[in-house]
Design a protein around this ligand. Structure first.
Ligand SMILES: Cc1ncc(COP(=O)(O)O)c(C=O)c1O
Length: 375
C-alpha cells in the first residue's frame, strides 16, 4: 500500500541522538538553543521557542492572548476559529477556558473564511485563530485588517505549514503568534514537538517564562544551597522542548529545503494532471499570493466512499484525516455561525498521498490510477 504519510528520519539523526545520550545531558540545553537559532536563521524571525508539541504552543498562545486582553474581556473570553482542523486547534481553547466561536470556511481553500469573521465578533472576542490547512496559508491580509479594526490578537496554527509563504514572506511574519508542529508525520519531526514564534518582543519575554513554570531563568541566583528563583510572578507550564527532540530537529532542518521542493513538485504534477478529471477537484492553489508547504493534498470528490474503496483496492492509501469539530460533544458550549460550506467539505473532501518519500513511479501510478478509474 502506498502510504498517505511518511515519517522522515534524517540520515544522521540516530548518530547524533546516540552521541547526546552518551553525553548524559537529555534536558533542555544547548541543542534546544541551537535548534531555535537554526530555525530563526532559516525563517528570518527573531523570537522562536521550541516546545514539546504544537498543542502546547497553541495553549501558550491562547493563554497569552487571554492574559494580555483587557480585564473585562477575560471573564468570558471568545476566540474566533475554524471548525475544520485537527481537533487540537480547538480543544486547546477549551483547556484555556476560552469559548470557540466557529465560523465558516472557504470551500475552495478549506481555510477560515475572512468574510465570516467580522459579524461574529462580540465584546468578548480576544483573538482570531486561523489554520493553514494542508500547508496553504490563510488570507492573512484580510484577517489582519479585521483584527486591527477590533484590536484583536491574531494566532496562526501552522502545524501543517512549515516553510509556507504568504505574499512573498514566511508565514510567521504575518501573525502575532505562530505555532508549528514537529509531530511524527510532519515535514520534519522531533518525535513530538513544536515551535512557538512571535513578532512581539513583549510576548516573547512572557512566553520564555511560561514554557517553564513561569520561572525567569535569567533571574536565577546561584547560592551554596543551590539555585534560587527570587519570585515567580506569572503562572506557566512545562512545555519546553528537551535536547533529544531538539537534536532531531536540528538534523531535520538540514533536509527541509529538499523536502519542501519535492512536495511542491509532486503537488504541481497532481494539479496539472487532475485538471478536468470528472468528479474530482483539487483544492484551490493561489500560487502568486500563497506558497503552500504541501503537507496534504486535499481533493473534493463525488461519491467519496466509492472513490476511497477503489483507491485502497488499488494499493493507494487515502483518508479524510479531519472531521468538522463543531459537532463533537466537548464543544457543546461553543458558538457556531451558519456554516454553509462545512457540511459540503465534510462530505466530499479526501486526501491522497503527498510526501517527500514518494518515488516518481509511485506518483505516476497514483496519477494513472485516478485518471483511469471510474467510481
Ligand atoms: C492543524 C493542526 N493543529 C495542531 C496540531 C497538533 O500538533 P501536535 O501533535 O504537534 O500537538 C496538528 C497535528 O497534526 C494539526 O494538524
Amino acid at each position: 500500500m502506498i502510504p498517505l504519510f511518511s515519517t522522515h528520519i534524517p540520515k544522521l539523526a540516530g548518530e547524533e541522538v546516540k552521541r547526546l545520550i552518551e553525553s548524559g545531558w537529555l534536558n533542555r540545553g544547548k541543542k534546544a538553543e541551537l535548534f531555535e537559532l537554526s530555525f530563526m536563521k532559516m525563517f528570518g524571525c527573531n523570537n522562536a521557542l521550541s516546545v514539546n508539541s504544537c498543542t502546547s504552543a497553541l495553549r501558550l498562545a491562547y493563554d497569552i492572548a487571554k492574559s494580555i486582553a483587557k480585564e473585562d474581556k477575560r471573564i468570558n473570553p471568545e476566540i474566533i476559529t475554524t471548525p475544520y482542523t485537527m481537533i487540537a486547534t480547538n480543544t486547546a481553547l477549551l483547556e484555556c477556558r476560552i469559548r470557540p466561536v466557529f465560523v465558516d470556511i472557504n470551500y475552495e481553500t478549506i481555510n477560515i473564511n475572512p468574510d465570516d469573521i467580522e459579524n461574529n465578533i462580540t465584546d468578548d472576542t480576544i483573538a482570531i485563530v486561523g489554520v493553514d490547512y494542508a500547508g496553504l496559508p490563510c488570507d492573512w491580509n484580510k484577517i489582519n485588517r479585521i483584527a486591527k479594526k477590533y484590536d484583536l490578537i491574531v494566532i496562526q496554527d501552522a502545524a501543517q505549514a512549515l516553510g509556507a509563504k504568504y505574499c512573498g514572506s514566511d508565514i510567521n511574519k504575518w501573525t502575532d503568534m505562530t505555532c508549528y508542529s514537529f509531530q511524527a508525520i510532519k515535514h520534519i519531526t522531533t518525535g513530538d514537538g513544536g515551535m512557538f514564534v512571535t513578532i512581539n518582543p513583549f510576548i516573547a519575554e512572557l512566553a520564555k517564562r511560561k514554557i517553564w513554570f513561569g520561572i525567569d531563568k535569567d533571574a536565577r541566583i546561584q547560592t551554596e544551597l543551590g539555585t534560587v528563583f527570587p519570585d515567580i510572578t506569572t503562572l506557566g507550564f512545562k512545555y519546553a522542548m528537551n535536547d533529544v527532540s531538539a537534536t532531531m530537529g536540528i538534523e531535520g532542518l538540514k533536509d527541509l529545503e529538499w523536502i519542501l521542493k519535492r512536495r511542491a513538485e509532486i503537488a504541481k504534477q497532481y494539479r496539472e494532471e487532475f485538471m478536468g478529471v470528472k468528479d474530482l477537484l483539487p483544492t484551490r492553489y493561489d500560487g502568486d499570493k500563497m506558497e503552500s508547504a504541501n503537507w496534504l493534498f486535499p481533493i473534493h470528490v463525488k461519491r467519496r466512499s466509492k472513490f476511497a474503496k477503489k483507491m485502497r483496492n488499488m494499493g493507494i492509501e487515502v483518508a479524510v484525516h479531519n472531521w468538522r469539530n463543531d459537532i463533537y460533544t466537548v464543544f457543546y458550549n461553543s458558538k457556531t455561525s451558519e456554516l454553509k460550506n462545512i457540511q459540503r467539505i465534510n462530505d466530499d473532501l479526501i486526501h491522497i498521498p503527498l510526501h517527500a518519500e514518494l518515488t516518481q513511479e509511485q506518483v505516476n501510478y497514483i496519477i494513472r490510477t485516478i485518471k483511469g478509474m471510474r467510481w
